[in-house]
Ligand binder design. Sequence first.
Ligand code: NAD
Length: 505
Amino acid sequence: MNKPAELKLETIPMWIHGRAAVPAAARMGEVFNPAAGQVVRRVPFASHEVVNEAVDAAGAAQAQWRNWPALRRARVMQRFLRLMEDAQKDLARLVSEEHGKTLPDALGSVQRGMEVVEFACGIPHLLKGEHSENVGTQVDTHTVRQPVGVCAGITPFNFPVMVPLWMFPVAIACGNAFILKPSEKDPSASIRMAELLQKAGLPDGVFNVVHGDKVAVDAILTHPGIDAVSFVGSTPVARHIYETAARHGKRVQALGGAKNHAVVLPDADLEFAAEALIGAAYGSAGERCMAVSAVVAVGAAADPLVALLKMKAAAIRIGPGDRDGIDMGPLITCQHRDKVASYIDAGVKEGAELVLDGRGCKVAGSEGGFFLGTTLFDRVTPEMSIHRDEIFGPVLVVLRVETLEEAIALVNRNPYANGTAIFTESGGAARRFENEITVGMVGVNVPIPVPVAYYSFGGWKNSLFGDLHVHGVEATKFYTRTKVVTTRWPHQDTPAPGFHMPTLG
Ligand code: NAD
């Protein structure tokens, strides 16, 4: 790996109680520019002590913040939104540099994250409770939604701005304090957002960032001062987060990995479907939890669809994400690129038909970058590892079945259930698919059905551990507790509470 010795590398700080700091003697990680294959920054890894410090800061700040009127909290979000708009291009450049995705793709992901901030600006309305007069004689009941306390978010490398924004704007607007543990692979953007929140008037300590690996995460999961944990990442880690945090008495939502299928029926507009599938499979080099990684071609759709996919996948322009005219950037690390390439080897060994081979991809001027070309397999069977596992790279597999019924059964047997799509001209087929499919997010002629910010996002089965999805109304439920208050005023000539269970009267 290239690391010019003479280069003095910037160290990305932690952000605790409104101050940027690098803890003395911290273990350090390296942050790469994957298009160049070079280390560009260093990142300190938090110890238990650093996590304790962040929890102390968050707990003290939350005790005040929870009492701010919701409208004042919303105004901080409004100012944050305006600052994010000004910073959007810089944030996208940072995402593209450390992640590798193209600039327009990075810009779009920042925009989708900002839409959650727009949602959080409406928090006074979202926190309104219920009131019933005379639930008994001159007895009233009302509900209030109160913040849960100190919340933590642990996020993956593939959306370093958008996924944290799925979490903290709603958590903070609800009156919680928040500790973010971003991915150690592309952590710079999280500190930029912390600075913007401070500029927007957020009191110090309400938002904190600790960097790190399993040590920092496990300190969060077991800390008694943390009340709720939101996680987005791979399924094995999601399961660990869910089980450990729940064992330590925390509210948890843990979103995991995916294997998203698109079913294409013979009556579909195949040119339209192929064009949509190409972007969904290879956009962001397939490093999206909603990427389509498996196509289920039904009957006569298969031959013409595979021909179209091959032609379009071969035409994808690969290079550094900040270069004009590029469709697909590199993978996040050298190790991940090699792991994805090893799946291509495995697919060949298992007997799938390799239609397009991305191994050996070279990008002129970026020879050290972690690039892999677009890869397409046909005649894949459900038990092959290239279908069973989440590959998280630019590898699309095609499975062939004869009927819609078989297609639905195949998708439903998969343990992942994040997103799925159907391509068809038939309303009846689409309705049946929507009704019978056991997947959390469904697209009809929409390849990546990511819900907008005012709906909630989340999968089923191994793609989500917990009950509530992120953003939208489910997020306001996750980040608040309901209190039910029953009131009687004795001076109003009401009977005193009796000895037995009260009933109407
Ligand atoms: P990851 O699970 O490796 O890491 C996610 C976070 O967990 C990071 O902050 C990391 O530091 C931490 N972590 C990693 N290993 C850990 C361990 N053993 N113990 C405790 N913490 C650990 O995921 P990633 O590679 O950063 O991201 C890619 C994965 O995220 C893919 O599986 C993708 O499908 C998934 N993802 C899911 C969604 C969704 O909405 N369901 C969205 C984005 C990404």
